[in-house]
Design a protein around this ligand. Structure first.
Ligand code: 5GP
Ligand code: ZN
Length: 113
């Protein structure tokens, strides 16, 4: 039994506010936005974190990154945006399914940590 929160969102067991979906990836609004626009982009296959990216699954991660500019443009982020992935406890990763935060819609801090 897969108890992963984002796998449940992919399966529709937990609802989400989707902004993009295809057979490989899903993008949806973060439930607790840290910026006016805060979108999460995830692969549909379960990869626990950046630490889990390898030669076998790197193709879906590369594909996901080709979609980030399209998702950002669709969200109106013409002034720019930040892409973040928290990996592990020091980075405060709270959901163990690989995800990339797209943050924008205001001038972001010039510090990242
Ligand atoms: P992390 O802390 O792992 O980098 O990011 C996890 C993100 O998932 C957080 O920004 C958090 O607000 C978001 N999140 C947690 N649970 C849910 C949920 O049920 N739905 C949505 N849309 N976002 C969630
Ligand atoms: Zn998962």
């Amino acid at each position: 039994m897969n108890n992963c929160l984002f796998c449940k969102i992919i399966d529709g067991i937990i609802p989400s506010n989707k902004v993009y979906e295809d057979e490989k990836i899903l993008a949806f609004h973060d439930i607790n936005p840290q910026a006016p626009t805060h979108i999460l982009v995830i692969p549909k296959c379960h990869i626990p974190s950046v630490d889990g990216v390898n030669a076998e699954n790197a193709n879906v991660v590369a594909y996901l990154f080709t979609k980030i500019p399209e998702i950002a443009q669709s969200a109106g982020l013409t002034g720019g945006y930040r892409v973040i992935s928290n990996c592990g406890s020091d980075a405060c990763q709270s959901v163990p399914h690989l995800h990339f935060h797209i943050l924008g819609g205001r001038q972001l801090s010039d510090t990242m940590a």
